[in-house]
Design a protein around this ligand. Structure first.
Ligand SMILES: *[C@@H]1O[C@H](CO)[C@@H](O)[C@H](O)[C@H]1NC(C)=O
Ligand SMILES: *[C@@H]1O[C@H](CO)[C@@H](O)[C@H](O)[C@H]1NC(C)=O
Ligand SMILES: *[C@@H]1O[C@H](CO)[C@@H](O)[C@H](O)[C@H]1NC(C)=O
Length: 270
């Protein structure tokens, strides 16, 4: 058995490594927007060995989308002080080449440096892509800070997002959809958030459940983003294509969903 003092130190270490100051995470997302706007990496507090993935492929940062200067018409960020992670949604609709970019960044324990960036970068031909339509819909939505006392618990927010993803493979999963609820998928907007279950025969082809889920949760905004491998949609990637679902939860119920999904062929061949 460890002496009491060691246990205390272990507890402290676990606490400090698990929590990053919100202000430090905010500096990182501010830097991300500056870097993307300028197409210049120098604004980013990179670590010596930052891992970078673009649509799940390993890419060198110097040839990444981050080196393309883009006007940012809309951005929304989440700051996860528990996971030391950030999420940023970027819509660049007025660029000569429009993009929608969803960025997840992991930071070192003190939040000072970026250790990993996962970017889902969508453009023409990706699932229902329409940056201009997305921009106008996203601008009409309210993703304000939820007042203290009305905030959902971290687990509630995460569970709402997970149930939504689980329901694609299993229509019997009860998803806490709000009323109203709206989903923005690429540039397509619906106020009927319920997703039809994947075809049954898909089960025998491969897995049904969206896997490789990576989370960023922000209790102040009441939102979670789940990066995942979206199965079924793209015939070339039956085990899942790069996708991300940005979900706002209010009073335990889903209010908004933004999905961006990458296709290997025009509109995933559909
Ligand atoms: C990027 O920004 C740094 C700092 O402002 C500057 O020195 C550098 O020249 C810029 N690089 C490019 C390629 O513009
Ligand atoms: C990255 O560098 C840090 C500090 O230099 C080190 O602790 C960490 O293990 C390195 N990570 C990888 C994946 O090499
Ligand atoms: C999909 O996953 C299954 C099970 O892991 C594997 O056998 C199959 O090769 C994968 N298919 C593709 C196209 O990656």
């Amino acid at each position: 058995m460890l002496p009491y003092a060691s246990l205390t130190l272990l507890t402290l270490a676990a606490t400090t490594t698990a929590t990053c100051p919100r202000s430090t995470l905010q500096s990182a997302t501010t830097a991300l927007l500056a870097a993307q706007t300028a197409g210049n990496l120098s604004a980013l507090p990179l670590s010596a060995n930052t891992t970078y993935l673009e649509n799940d492929a390993s890419v060198t940062l110097t040839s990444s989308i981050l080196t393309t200067a883009l006007p940012i018409d809309l951005s929304r960020s989440l700051h996860d002080t528990t996971l030391c992670a950030t999420f940023t949604e970027i819509i660049s609709a007025t660029a000569p080449h429009p993009y929608m970019i969803m960025t997840r960044m992991l930071l070192t324990a003190d939040g000072a440096a970026i250790s990993r960036i996962e970017n889902v970068v969508a453009d023409k031909g990706d699932w229902l892509f329409n940056a201009q339509a997305s921009l106008s819909k996203a601008q009409s939505e309210v993703w304000d800070v939820v007042p203290e006392g009305k905030r959902d618990a971290r687990d509630t927010i995460r569970a709402a997002g997970d149930k939504y993803l689980d329901s694609w493979a299993d229509g019997k999963v009860s998803v806490p959809y709000g009323s109203p609820c709206a989903r923005l998928e690429g540039g397509s907007y619906t106020t009927n958030c319920k997703m039809p279950e994947f075809p049954k025969q898909f089960k025998v082809l491969t897995v049904r459940r969206a896997k490789n889920r990576r989370y960023v949760i922000d209790e102040e905004i009441g939102a979670v983003d789940i990066f995942n491998d979206f199965p079924f949609l793209d015939a070339n990637k039956p085990n899942g294509t790069s996708s991300t679902n940005f979900v706002r939860v209010e009073g335990g119920k889903i209010r908004y969903i933004h999905e961006v999904t990458i296709c290997t062929q025009n509109n995933c061949g559909r």
